[in-house]
Design a protein around this ligand. Structure first.
Ligand SMILES: *Cc1c(COP(=O)(O)O)cnc(C)c1O
Ligand SMILES: [Zn+2]
Length: 405
């Protein structure tokens, strides 16, 4: 049994309501469960491979899922990167290994399944790219039309390609993400289209499985810290909820400190956390190379600020240059190819270690949210161009020796 509850005024709504925010106070909604009625089969939990639907008993749907086998992403132990950063126990949870190459698939498999349960016949979202790619594949799988609104000129080509190829109707808005989001809310309301941005609490239910999987993959132990990039700040909220639920159910016995990283040119949550303000002040012109987190008015900021503070965590900003360095280090020290936003987690961790905010022997999990091939525009800033040589062995030998010098 579950229902929806406003995080501000505690108003409750039925699980059958088509509603995204509280109709009394416009507060964000959370899915709440009666945990005492949920029975977890521990033998199954300990033997089955991680995936979103492994944890179906903790997900708010009954219907057969619309799934493309999301989740179950690798948790890599990263000793070379750890050494460079100056800690000893570093893991990277590579969410780029999901079906469309980002964690958004976890939220969408649950959100779209719920949408069908609610009888909705059209789906839409505003997106910096990855949300649109994820919605497009589940719309395709379910046979339901998808409309996506993207900020014109600010979405990585790989992501647009995915939305187009999977058959979404793609609209490029002359405005930024925040403008596109305001418009898609109106569109969904007026046209009876189901809204699948992370303001939709069911999407976050899918994403909380990242928290479940981290604990699962560490042998049902909880890391000291989880570090991730934040944009609309749904994911940090969702992951923390996952850890909380495992603790409530007695599967684990502690919680991680949640660390959110934003880009310097787009960091309203960092400013709120550092100043102790109760709410964010939206930023009108967010700017960063990490387009997936180029968001000035994060939709889930109230939930995220609570999660960060309650967990004893923090938020930090990093420069685009620090992001690019971290992207290169992940690629070259660990073989993990990520898009720039994802590298913000590692850049932020490095900064916090340098500042003396993290002990050398803490267990830290960084989340890399999206795959390198999503956005290859930063490659030319980091890497040399391929060396062109004549088609003979002498030229090749000469070119190799030149490189090795
Ligand atoms: C969506 C996204 C983020 C930000 O996640 P939020 O839940 O909006 O905070 C970070 N990185 C990538 C690659 C994303 O696609
Ligand atoms: Zn309310």
């Amino acid at each position: 049994m579950y229902s929806l509850k406003c995080i501000e005024c505690d108003a409750e709504y039925s699980k059958d309501a088509i509603i995204y925010t509280c109709s009394k106070c416009d507060g964000l909604l959370d899915v709440i469960y009666n945990y005492s009625s949920i029975e977890i089969d521990m033998d199954k939990l300990k033997t089955e491979c991680p995936s979103v639907w492994k944890y179906a008993k903790l997900l708010p749907v009954k219907r057969v899922p619309v799934t493309l086998k999301e989740g179950g992403t690798p948790l890599y132990k990263c000793d070379r990167l750890a050494e460079k950063i100056g800690i000893t126990k570093l893991y990277v949870k590579h969410e780029g290994m999901n079906p469309t190459g980002s964690f958004k698939d976890r939220g969408m498999t649950v959100g779209v399944t719920k949408a069908l349960e609610l009888g909705m016949k059209k789906f839409a979202c505003a997106s910096t790219g990855n949300t649109s790619a994820a919605l497009a594949i589940y719309g395709a799988k379910a046979g339901v039309p998808v409309i996506v609104l993207l900020p014109a000129g600010k979405v990585a080509l790989g992501k647009i390609a995915q939305a187009l190829m999977h058959g979404a109707k793609v609209l490029s808005i002359r405005g930024n993400f925040d403008d596109a989001f305001a418009l898609v809310r109106i569109l969904c309301y007026q046209e009876n289209i189901y809204l699948l941005n992370s303001i939709n609490p069911y999407r976050l239910e899918g994403q909380k499985t990242i928290g479940f999987e981290i604990a699962d993959q560490l042998g049902f132990r909880v890391p000291d810290r989880v570090v991730l990039p934040i944009g609309n700040a749904g994911n940090i909220t969702a992951i923390y909820k996952g850890f909380k639920e495992f603790k409530i159910l007695g599967i684990t016995n502690s919680l991680p400190k949640m660390i959110g990283i934003q880009a310097e040119g787009s960091c309203p949550i960092v400013k709120a956390i550092k100043s102790g303000a109760p709410e964010i002040t939206p930023e009108g012109n967010p700017e960063t190379i990490a387009t997936a987190i180029r968001i000035g008015n994060p939709v889930n900021s109230k939930k995220a600020i609570r999660a960060i503070r309650e967990s004893g965590g923090t938020a930090e900003s990093v420069t685009d240059e620090e992001i690019l360095t971290a992207q290169k280090d992940l690629a070259r020290l660990e073989g993990i190819g990520v898009e720039p936003a994802s590298a913000a987690s590692v850049a932020g961790l490095r900064k916090l270690v340098k500042m003396g905010m993290i002990n050398i022997d803490e267990t830290v999990v960084c989340i890399t949210t999206g795959h390198l091939l999503k956005d290859i525009s930063s490659v030319s800033e980091i890497c040399e161009e391929p060396t062109v040589v004549d088609a003979n062995i002498e030229s090749i030998r000469e070119a190799i020796l030149r490189k090795v010098e």
